[in-house]
Write a protein that binds this ligand. Structure first.
Ligand SMILES: [Mn+2]
Length: 241
């Protein structure tokens, strides 16, 4: 009889543990990443954000020098974001860095389409943390240095990279008239705005209030107040779907 009671208790306990585990683990990720990029990443939404980045249906047109500069610079700037996040992920092991790094890879690939389409020489080298543009090399070194001091500084570095991306892409967009470049760059801005919100909401959870470093307070507030943005799907004139 005692033996039966033991078996019964063990069975009940085992059942409770098994039943509670998925709840427990999902609560942990919720607690660590509430409403952040991580959740959308898990649901595959961050792939959806970017799945319609094909420029095949947009006609090519002549490239001017500003447009060449824009493509080569932004391609490497997306690499800077990716490489800083990969490096800070190694340092702090916080998934937001890994998840956003994978999104930056998608941004790099999107710009690579333009490089291939116009037969440009790629500005990107394979090695992580190495850059062709000396200004981006210096910026990378500075940001990794800062972000390695504390997790708080690492998250601030993340938010400031996204701010700089938004400012730079908009600056280049003003000199661009090719529709394919405009299409890619506008999607990159949406991605950066999503990332900025993720970093800011993660900092908030740690009790850090982030103030914009490069964007105006008004523009920053506008970005923070909007919900997740998906990539523009207007590239296709094909309505078969
Ligand atoms: Mn990006």
């Amino acid at each position: 009889m005692i033996k039966y009671t033991y078996v019964l208790i063990i069975a009940i306990l085992a059942g409770l543990i098994i039943a509670a585990f998925p709840l427990y683990s999902s609560n942990i990720s919720q607690a660590i990443f509430p409403n952040t990029h991580y959740d959308s990443y898990r649901k595959g939404e961050h792939i959806k954000d970017h799945e319609n980045t094909s420029i095949n249906s947009i006609p090519k047109s002549d490239l001017n020098n500003d447009e060449v500069d824009a493509i080569l610079y932004i391609r490497e700037e997306e690499k800077l974001a990716r490489d800083v996040y990969l490096t800070l992920y190694e340092k702090w092991n916080l998934p937001i860095f890994k998840n956003i790094a994978s999104s930056e890879q998608i941004h790099m690939d999107a710009v690579k389409q333009l490089i291939d389409r116009y037969g440009l020489k790629d500005s990107v080298v394979g090695e992580i943390g190495k850059f062709t543009n000396p200004e981006l090399q210096e910026l990378y070194n500075k940001l990794v240095n800062k972000g390695s001091k504390s997790l708080e500084e690492a998250l601030q570095v993340g938010a400031s990279i996204e701010e700089v991306d938004i400012v730079d892409i908009k600056k280049y967009l003003s000199k661009v008239d090719n529709q394919d470049i405009q299409f890619i760059f506008n999607n990159l801005i949406k991605g950066s705005q999503n990332h900025l919100r993720s970093f800011v909401s993660t900092m908030k959870k740690y009790g850090i209030t982030y103030s914009p470093q490069y964007l105006s307070q008004e523009e920053f507030n506008r970005i923070i107040s909007i919900h997740i943005e998906t990539g523009q799907k207007g590239a296709s004139h094909d309505k078969r779907g």
